[in-house]
Design a protein around this ligand. Structure first.
Ligand SMILES: Cc1ncc(COP(=O)(O)O)c(C=O)c1O
Length: 367
């Protein structure tokens, strides 16, 4: 089976290094925060050009705490898109604010043209999503928002390793949220997340809020939540982080191979358009016959995925609480998109098999 993700393989490859680190942790008894969490924060901060990095137990909490740090809540509107994982909108709702959904371009990303018509005096923040690990035009979004004193929280849950002008994305807005969910390009063996910001006040807010509002061991300055990154997860992530660049390089190689071969097919290449800096968390193509293509590949033991078949505004959670919306591009993409296998455990032969089968499918469909 050519799998769409390599969660088990990654864990197995590194199990002895991870167990070694866990063994040391078991001896130290430092199960909450401590050295492993600090080391992971330091690694992330360095990767993000010295920005503050606060380790949390999920990317969702990073979005939620960024919103709360900016005092965004009831009565406020926050613009994001419907072509994302539900957590982006869930965090807005959890903060008590109203989510407003923008459509996306053909590259599946939000842009100033889809955001601008939705801005009004109630808009307090925009959350652009680096879907698939694709770089987006953040500077244009920042210009649009800053002119109106609207905050920008970058949803980088899928974008560790994604760069703009050679720099890790997630440091230009007011704050950003990363996810270390196991499926992510840098994933733990359970949940994990990180809030990154250049604003020391937002970092301080998150650091205190993640730990019951405790400023010292026994003094709470504000009621908070428990959103500490688990030390065992931090230890595993510290091991995996050492391999990230090597893994990213392989993803980019695979994407280049797909680009080369699929460029001449009707299915075409990744919807991100091959922009530099893409970390290829997902390599996504579109097909008018998406479901048949997926079934055909499955027959030959190629696993693919659809991220996401049901856009947010078609979810029960939305329909039971928010107005009905039409988001034409988002809806078209949800019917046509297909995520191909793209991770560092794929061999050249496996990647070639995927492209050969896509061409074979097109010949069969063309008859
Ligand atoms: C775009 C996006 N935003 C937010 C999240 C939430 O991250 P987590 O699962 O770590 O809470 C995810 C995770 O899948 C995501 O893909």
């Amino acid at each position: 089976m050519i799998k769409c993700n390599n969660v088990q393989e990654q864990a197995q490859d590194l199990s002895s290094e991870i167990f070694e680190r866990w063994q040391a942790l078991l001896q130290s008894g430092e199960f909450i925060l401590g050295e492993e969490v600090l080391a992971f924060e330091a690694w992330m901060s360095e990767r993000c050009g010295g920005a503050h990095a606060v380790a949390l137990n999920s990317g969702t909490d990073a979005l939620f705490l960024a919103l709360r740090a900016l005092d965004i809540g009831p009565g406020d509107e926050v613009i994001t898109c419907a072509n994302t994982f539900v957590a982006t909108v869930g965090a807005i709702v959890a903060a008590g604010a109203r989510p407003i959904l923008a459509d996306v371009g053909d590259d599946e990303l939000m842009n100033v043209d889809t955001i601008a018509p939705l801005l009004n005096e109630r808009t307090k923040a925009v959350i652009p999503v680096y879907l698939r690990g694709r770089p987006l035009n953040i500077d244009a979004i920042l210009d649009l928002c800053r002119a109106r004193a609207v905050a920008v929280i970058e949803d980088c849950a899928q974008a560790i390793g994604t760069t703009l002008d050679g720099q890790q994305v997630g440091t230009r807005g007011d704050a950003s949220a990363f996810s270390m969910h196991p499926l992510k390009t840098l994933g733990g063996l359970g949940d994990g997340g990180m809030l990154v910001t250049r604003n020391p006040k937002i970092a301080e807010y998150a650091r205190i809020a993640r730990n019951h509002g405790l400023e010292t061991r026994n003094e709470s300055v504000r009621f908070g939540i428990n959103s500490r990154l688990d030390s065992l997860q931090a230890a595993a992530l510290n091991v995996k982080a050492q391999y990230l660049d090597q893994w990213l390089k392989r993803r980019v190689e695979i994407a280049a191979f797909y680009d080369d071969v699929l460029g001449t097919t009707r299915t075409g290449t990744d919807l991100g358009g091959g922009k530099p800096g893409n970390s290829y968390y997902h390599y996504v193509v579109q097909s008018q016959n998406r479901d048949r293509l997926q079934a055909f590949l499955a027959q030959y033991d190629v696993q693919t995925a659809i991220h996401y078949p049901l856009p947010i505004h078609w979810q029960k959670a939305w329909l039971s609480s928010q107005p009905r919306l039409v988001l034409a591009n988002t809806e078209r993409l949800s019917r046509q998109m297909l995520t191909l296998p793209c991770h560092h455990h794929l061999s050249d032969g496996e990647v070639e098999k995927v492209t050969t089968l896509i061409k074979q499918f097109e010949r069969t469909e063309g008859r």
